[in-house]
Design a protein around this ligand. Structure first.
Ligand code: 6GU
Length: 252
């Protein structure tokens, strides 16, 4: 997959591509990336890339011409072009999966109050929000979106690691422990030391349900639970009515 990031602040994006798992994916040739400084396409001695908004209001708006020139120079015209913005469609695991199947993606990082609407109308295919809060820069949002999707590209991460993780079956992940067996007077749950695979699987299933019920009960109505999972959920509910008062059985 080829990822292009158009930004006024390349320094905010570059470290992501040269660290950790992304670094390895780039070295393996699975991900290719280029970071384009929009200011290189701004004109005049001051290389101005933003201006005041028509109609008045606070802040500055990114100008159309430098962004359009950067898109063309990057060869991204007509490709899937993402604009991270709080007014976009919410990023979900499913949306990330869809994006991970593209051969090429281009990201335009907005700054200041926004981007001239004519660029969005002409070039942007996906306006994506990463949640209901406002960030000061599109760069951090772009990095979040890229992180969510590139790891799903074949060969980046071992398939097994993706299987059990949060959202993969509509539920949150079970807790993990590593050595030592006792830490600060707390022991690792004994079932994990038992070597009994069926018990471990059952325990993990219960923990996923418990965690989802506690932190994200909204996910439970969408998760397609097996009969066994429904039974486990009922057991949890019966033992802990206080936590789950808001959730009636019919909602499960
Ligand atoms: Cl994509 N950008 C910015 N600036 N703020 C956000 C966002 C994106 N998603 C949520 N808040």
């Amino acid at each position: 997959m080829r990822i292009t990031v158009l930004t006024l602040f390349p320094g905010m994006v570059e470290p992501f591509f040269s660290s950790s798992i992304m670094k390895r994916a780039v070295e393996k040739g699975i991900i290719e990336y280029s970071i384009v400084d929009i200011r290189d396409f701004a004109e005049g001695v001051h290389r101005k890339a933003d201006d005041i908004p028509y109609g008045g209001g606070a802040g500055m708006v990114m100008m159309a011409a430098p962004v359009a020139a950067a898109i063309k120079a990057a060869g991204a015209e007509g490709r899937r072009i993402v604009f991270p913005t709080p007014s976009g469609r919410i990023l979900t695991q499913r949306y990330a999966e869809e994006l991970s199947r593209e051969d090429e993606l281009c990201f335009i990082c907005g700054h200041y109050e926004g981007l001239d609407q004519r660029i969005i109308d002409e070039y942007v295919t996906d306006e994506i929000s990463i949640g209901d809060y406002v960030l000061s820069s599109g760069e951090s949002a772009a990095v979040v979106i890229i992180d969510a999707l590139y790891r799903l590209v074949d060969g980046v991460i071992a398939e097994e690691s993706l299987e059990d993780e949060s959202f993969s079956s509509g539920l949150l992940e079970y807790p993990q422990y590593t050595r030592p067996e006792r830490y600060c007077m707390k022991s690792v749950p004994s079932v994990l030391l038992s070597g009994h695979h069926r018990h471990i699987t059952e325990w993990r299933c219960m923990k996923r349900l418990e965690k989802t019920m506690l932190n994200r009960p909204d996910l439970l109505s969408d998760a397609s639970l097996s009969i066994e999972e429904r039974r486990t959920l009922l057991k949890i509910l019966n033992n802990d009515k206080g936590t789950c008062q808001r959730w009636t059985l019919s909602e499960l």
